[in-house]
Design a binder for this molecule. Structure first.
Ligand code: ZN
Length: 155
């Protein structure tokens, strides 16, 4: 049972935590984003904390299913099980003490929103940033500094 909201709605007490979370996602994925590099500009990314340390993060993205040879038989990206927020939440399952916040770049689709409501504990928070895939694709194309500046303008 979670709250799903745009980052701009984050309460003051959560903003520093969330800023570090989103910055980690930006820096992590810029290392291998771009044509032929692994994660395309149109691919949605997600992050959660995996521990109390400043570098303790776990990541998910919408192309992770490409690493699973069995995934094409289960719908690839057309199967919402493979969307970024589910990938990261599942990856973070080994770190339950740090399950308070999830950041995903796009608003969860209807299927993922229902899954998150059914799966997450009471009080869990899911934060998104971009309105739609095209906005996200453009933000990725503008690059890391532009992404960080956008984040600074929100949190
Ligand atoms: Zn989804």
């Amino acid at each position: 049972m979670c709250n799903i909201a745009h980052l701009s709605a984050a309460p003051a007490g959560d903003r520093a935590y969330l800023k570090a979370l989103v910055q980690a996602s930006i820096h992590h994925f810029q290392e291998f984003r771009g044509a032929g590099a692994g994660v395309a500009n149109g691919s949605c990314c997600a992050v959660m904390k995996s521990g109390p340390g400043p570098q303790d993060f776990v990541f998910g993205h919408s192309q992770a299913h490409n690493l699973d040879p069995d995934a094409p038989h289960h719908g690839g990206l057309f199967n919402p099980d493979h969307h970024a927020e589910r990938v990261v939440y599942t990856a973070a399952a080994a770190h339950p003490a740090h399950h308070n916040h999830l950041f995903v770049e796009l608003p969860p689709c209807a299927s993922c929103a229902a899954w998150l409501q059914a799966t997450t504990p009471h009080g869990f928070n899911v934060w998104y940033l971009y309105a739609d895939t095209e906005s996200m694709r453009l933000a990725h194309a503008y690059g890391t500094e532009a992404e960080l500046a956008t984040l600074d303008s929100i949190l």
